[in-house]
Design a protein around this ligand. Sequence first.
Ligand code: G6P
Length: 367
Amino acid sequence: ASIEKGNYRHFMQKEIFEQPTVVAQTLQSYIRPLEQQVALPQMDFDLGDIKRITIVACGTSYYAGMVAKYWFETFARVPVDLDFASEFRYRDPVLEAGGLALFISQSGETADTLAALRHSKENGQKIAVVVNVPTSSMAREADLLLPTHAGPEIGVASTKAFSCQLAVLAALAAHLAVVKGKMSRDEEREVVKHLTEAPAALNAALAHDDDIADMAHHIAPARDVLYLGRGPDYPLALEGALKLKEISYIHAEGYASGEMKHGPIALIDEAVPVIVLAPSGPLFEKTVSNMQEVMARGGKVVLISDAEGIAEAGDGCLATIEMPKVHPLIAPLVYAVPVQLLAYHVAVAKGTDVDQPRNLAKSVTVE
Ligand code: G6P
């Protein structure tokens, strides 16, 4: 079937708005609604025996992997290594028996990731693959195939594949926690409930499209933009910066909020917008104090938080964008939306080629 833009101006915009639907579609394969349980496809090994997980990916898929590292360690207490596929083989990683190597890829064909998969297989790892193209090389070579059902992604900058990867990885984290005895049936039911609410939360996030489009005009003239986040929102800060670089060609950096004082704070002045991703919760106060350090130096802050967080810390910001209040397990999915929309609208304001940014390819099949 031919893929059309419909009423959208760009494929990327269409794909951002498809997220509630495709995330729901993806979750359907990983949730048993009646039992309120997480379910994974059949596998020929016992996940409960896995001692260590090595996550390998590139680009946006790598940032999904970085979120998963937080989840696997927090919920299942399984130690996780994380690598860019292009670095993995060359550092001669220690791959011990009983390890699971997890590869995340939209295309399933990225050369570096595929080479890392084969290297891991040769070194005795079980191979799990989160992939959007079910006929791809990575899908064929997996011991455990975890498909995302995002549908074809045309925009070079990945959006809906990312949120679907996060949905699968959240389900995997919960399942791993259950089989490791770190999550009770009641807690699992709770997680399933929150996952089921994710599509509605994504819709609530998308409802801020107009606000974000207005705000994008303040960001478009910038030469540099900084994104800050803590915990699982740190990878989202990195992903936000990547999206902006990819399609608007503005230099952007994602930083762990607390690390800002060790360097990037030297860059802050009135000309550098700082996007702060900070859902209310245990990490909030710390992030807000980093945000105040930015403001004290004249930096223009855009705070992305929930109503509670904005009420507490929104004064003095250039703009605030309100997200629904959600469970930490789905916050990274929800916070993906405003960073995608921001990059999109800045690119539109600058008149760049959103779906085909210069020098980039949808799938990189050379090393
Ligand atoms: C390219 C694309 C990115 C993508 C990355 C990894 O750089 O432009 O959008 O995140 O490859 O691709 P994969 O298909 O392995 O997820």
